[in-house]
Ligand binder design. Structure first.
Ligand SMILES: [Zn+2]
Length: 139
């Protein structure tokens, strides 16, 4: 699993103006349901996220995406002193309303697979589940 130390080493200090960040203009064919039109994120997130979105649409799981709860956000991990990978724009949150931190995750296996097959680790399997959370499997 990618650590905040690895992210710091690769991308440097988190900042909106960090050269690894981009405002991804999401292609029209992916602007379905709750998928945002623009996402401020790390350049390394664009391809995996694009593939995961395409897979959600292809497999008919896209309607399960009810809320988009963010990507880039400079902050510490919940309840910890280390920085969250959101600080570098390589993690996203979805359906936070029904997948709160520490709660039993509600995302379906089919939905989750669209992400885990395309370069993401899912927080829903952690000892303290973060079911809303997907982060890059490697950087
Ligand atoms: Zn998250």
């Amino acid at each position: 699993m990618v650590t905040s130390q690895q992210a710091l080493r690769k991308y440097g200090q988190p900042s909106e103006s960090n050269r690894h960040m981009t405002m991804w203009d999401v292609p029209g064919f992916l602007e379905i349901g709750q998928i945002p039109k623009k996402i401020l994120c790390n350049r390394d997130l664009v391809m995996p996220l694009s593939k995961a979105f395409q897979e959600l649409i292809r497999t008919g799981n896209v309607n399960e995406l009810k809320t988009w709860d963010g990507c880039f956000n400079i902050r510490k991990k919940r309840g910890q002193s280390t920085m969250s990978l959101h600080s570098w724009g390589i993690a996203i949150d979805m359906n936070a309303f029904s997948n709160c931190f520490g709660c039993h995750p509600t995302l379906s296996p089919g939905f989750v697979k669209c992400f885990t097959d395309n370069g993401f680790d899912w927080g829903g399997t952690w000892s303290k589940p973060d079911g809303m959370h997907m982060q890059l499997k490697s950087i």
